[in-house]
Design a protein. Structure first.
Length: 498
């Protein structure tokens, strides 16, 4: 190298680390980063323990992987010891040489790593308060564990080889007051997140993951075993696929699921969040939804009608650069070469999802949960859905009883209803429902029109004059009647016409 005049300008350790703390990890994503390392080290059992009774909170992550000798541990503790540009083994879930440190510091001020290999245990630690108080601003990696946490290193005696990560002084981990309920909620969120991120490893028993002694269960985003789930063939992504695959799934309408199944399939963040692409890197889930900035004209965003579409996208770690995988492994951007194909796959899945979502059974309750007398009755028959007009709807029963008083009129009225029923523009309704997502406009939607006002008035008059109802009763009945239940102000001010 040519000798150029230069100055050594290392960052102040404490300032640098304080800045890295703000990368935006959650407890779940931070733990997932530590577990990535354990999986890369071929661990089969990973035990996570969160203890809030101990000295302001302690988290331990113990694996039975290959472990590290003293030199390897020192390199592991250094920030950015490996370049993100290096090639990685096919099963490596790491990339930037930062995860262990950034994930840990995002939650607490002290990180201790103890590792066992060939019967020897090495222990090193970073202590942010020590760095903060050191006059030279240097990167002082401390030997051994803090006296307070030294006994925890014994956890390694249960494995032949492996690594123990200890987080202490957890100033960033607990939201809220730290009461018992907050702790339970936190554990619940962590469990759901880990069960999602590592669902493939857990489901095929490559890894058993325990949180406070309890096995974390895998979340199944696709319900692939359900006969009502649709899936496309698994297709290589582009000609030079290099191990990248895509497969679309459309989950069943909720009518086809038991309510428990439906709730479980929603996932940790709910149905709307978990639509779109599920991006895996070496089987580890990086992204659990979203449309990757794809779309026709405008970027697709997460919307209700497409919530049943979930598209599995598998990437090998050799494509990290092409896909712009970030430090937190929380974003990915499809390279230009595959955008057209992905847009195609997504468009097809979205269309299918929308159609399934738009199918609806008969609602039994109104928008505020009360029972509403409906005009149309939807029944499921073998040939499909059938629409009928209910004869007990006040508007209909008014005609029918008036007709009953005249000769033969009742037959005519019934015939008229049948004609209407037979000519319901089903095709049209279906299209409108799908196009306007879940809210087809009904005739009387929006502000009460003068037409609606006159219909209500006519009905009200008829209820009082023909049926002899008291005005209050008539008003109350109308409030419980579709579509007048949408206009309480109009109904409550109805007055008898002399
Ligand atoms: N649980 C572990 N078992 C064995 N080696 C580990 C473990 N955790 C970390 N390491 C080593 O430390 C290195 C640095 O880890 P990390 O900071 O997460 O960066 P990256 O995973 O991107 O390499 C890893 O590449 C690995 O060699
Ligand atoms: Mg890592």
């Amino acid at each position: 190298m040519i000798d150029v005049p230069s100055r050594l300008a290392p960052p102040r350790a404490s300032a640098m680390i304080e800045a890295l703390r703000g990368l935006g990890y959650t407890p779940g994503t931070a733990l997932a980063d530590i577990i990535d390392n354990s999986i890369a080290a071929k661990a089969s059992i990973i035990r996570v323990a969160v203890d809030w009774q101990e000295r302001g909170g302690v988290v331990t992550i113990l694996d039975n992987g290959s472990g590290m000798d003293d030199h390897a541990l020192e390199l592991a503790m250094r920030l950015g010891d490996r370049s993100p540009l290096d090639d990685r083994s096919e099963t490596d879930l790491g990339r930037f040489g930062l995860g262990l440190k950034t994930a840990s510091f995002s939650q607490g001020r002290r990180l201790t790593v103890a590792s066992k290999k060939n019967g020897t245990v090495s222990v090193l630690r970073w202590d942010l308060d020590y760095l903060l108080n050191s006059a030279d601003g240097g990167w002082h990696l401390l030997e051994g564990a803090d006296p307070g946490s030294a006994p925890l290193v014994d956890l390694l005696s249960s494995v032949d080889s492996g690594t123990l990560v200890i987080w202490e002084l957890l100033d960033r981990m607990m939201p809220g007051s730290g009461c018992a309920q907050d702790v339970l909620d936190l554990l619940d969120r962590i469990e759901k997140h880990l069960g999602m991120v590592f669902h493939r490893f857990i489901a095929d028993r490559r890894v058993s993951l325990l949180l406070n002694g309890r096995a974390v269960t895998a979340w199944d985003p696709y319900l692939a075993g359900n006969s009502a789930t649709w899936s496309s063939p698994r297709t290589p992504l582009g000609k030079k696929a290099k191990g990248a695959w895509v497969q679309a799934f459309v989950l069943p309408h909720r009518d086809h699921l038991k309510s428990k199944e439906h709730d479980a399939a929603a996932g940790p963040e709910g149905w709307n969040a978990h639509q779109g692409f599920f991006v895996y890197r070496n089987d580890r889930l990086l992204l659990s939804g979203g449309w990757l900035g794809l779309g026709k004209g405008r970027h697709w965003i997460r919307e209700e009608p497409y919530r049943l579409a979930r598209i599995q996208l598998d990437l090998p770690n050799s494509l990290d650069g092409d896909w712009k995988i970030d430090i937190r492994k929380s974003t990915a951007q499809p390279p230009k070469s595959v955008r057209t194909m992905l847009t195609h796959v997504a468009e097809d899945a979205r269309e299918r999802a929308r159609r399934i979502f738009a199918y609806r059974g008969t609602p039994v309750t109104g928008p505020r949960g009360e029972l509403v007398s409906q005009v149309w009755e939807t029944t499921q028959v073998r040939a499909g859905v059938r629409y009928r007009i209910r004869h007990d709807h006040p508007a209909v029963s008014a005609v029918l009883s008036a007709a009953a008083a005249g000769l033969g009129l009742r037959e005519d009225a019934l015939a008229m209803l049948r004609v209407i029923e037979e000519t319901v523009p089903v095709q049209r309704i279906w299209l409108d429902t799908a196009e306007n997502r879940d809210t087809p406009r009904t005739g009387f939607g929006g502000e009460p029109t003068s037409e609606l006002k006159s219909v209500v008035q006519t009905l009200f008059n008829s209820m009082i004059k023909r049926k002899g109802m008291a005005p209050e009763l008539a008003r109350a009945a109308l409030l419980r009647t579709e579509p007048f239940d949408q206009y309480p102000e109009l109904v409550t001010t109805l007055a008898e016409e002399k």
